[in-house]
Design a protein around this ligand. Sequence first.
Ligand SMILES: NC(=O)c1ccc[n+]([C@@H]2O[C@H](COP(=O)([O-])OP(=O)(O)OC[C@H]3O[C@@H](n4cnc5c(N)ncnc54)[C@H](O)[C@@H]3O)[C@@H](O)[C@H]2O)c1
Length: 341
Amino acid sequence: MTTIFVTGGAGFIGSNFCRYIYKNRPNLNIIILDALTYAGNIENIKDIILDKERVQFWQGDVNDVELVHDLTSISDFVVHFAAETHVARSLYANRVFFHTDIMGTQSICSAVQKFKNRVRRFIHISTSEVYGTSLTEPMDEEHPLNPTSPYAGAKAGADRTVCSYCKAYNIPAVTVRPFNQYGPNQHLEKVVPRFITNLINDEPLSIHGDGSARRDWVWVGDTVKGIIALLDAPEERVIGETFNLGTGISTSVLDLADIIGGMMGKSGKLDYMTERLGQVQNHISSTEKLYLATGFKAETPLVEGLKKTIEWYEAHREWWKNQTWLKKVPVRTENNKTLYW
Ligand SMILES: NC(=O)c1ccc[n+]([C@@H]2O[C@H](COP(=O)([O-])OP(=O)(O)OC[C@H]3O[C@@H](n4cnc5c(N)ncnc54)[C@H](O)[C@@H]3O)[C@@H](O)[C@H]2O)c1
């Protein structure tokens, strides 16, 4: 059997990816490594980890070099999702972001280098946040890296670490930069599930600044298929390359609030807060490079993806009800004030 090693598989995108692989790729065994931080949730994958024949779950840290080397040595494919991922959280307690996102990625890179004879492809999940605010529209993969938050800085470090291992050691890596994700199993700290669950609970929707910041919102099911297209593509088209994964359409946070409210039949009071430190004002993906290399295009329109997402949060209140206190995190400002973002 062929084996795929997935880090961060109990998180939002990682769990959607593992469940899809489990259902649609019966010839693949899956090894999941996840530290189960506050963001990881074993519930996200409990249906698949019961199948001990095909799925191994390891609770552990990507910085445990020995464990990572061991698991990589028996894997044909590696997909690296594990990271600290919340921008607001990175503004106040951020050392762990650099430790996990950069050093954790180095640990995966060194294992892939060591077991290059076995590992056929290593997909590193970077992020569009590494670009900062768009200087060109749409943003292609040549856009300069201008990270504007510690999260984005740490992910840019990880992104460049993978690139350096490609150049120095020819590891079979592909870097993906997904734009803003939404869908089932996303932690309530992120904006789409926060808006949906606030509306379910008749609570106001908090908006940073005037809400004009625009993002390219991608349905997680499309992201999963995009990553699989990169696993399947002929190696000469993708190895050593970096690909955006977005829709080519951007929507402001204020419009997003309006669309979700309209779909749920609730107007939702808006609660305006100070602008987020290091806010990214506009993000919109070029989709061309990924399409030319793999034929993949994100196909789910925003309203269709939001409909499925709203239905999921309405039907899974048990899953999210204990997370509501984590919707906002404390941030210390320059003049020593504590704000909740
Ligand atoms: N959510 C988005 O909008 C988005 C957009 C672009 C890129 N990304 C990237 O995609 C990846 C997955 O994002 P997500 O939204 O699913 O994140 P998430 O926060 O939901 O999940 C992260 C997972 O990593 C695990 N983890 C954290 N530290 C770990 C460690 N030291 N060792 C092992 N596991 C650890 C957590 O337990 C969790 O299960 C990340 O690399 C993120 O930067 C996310």
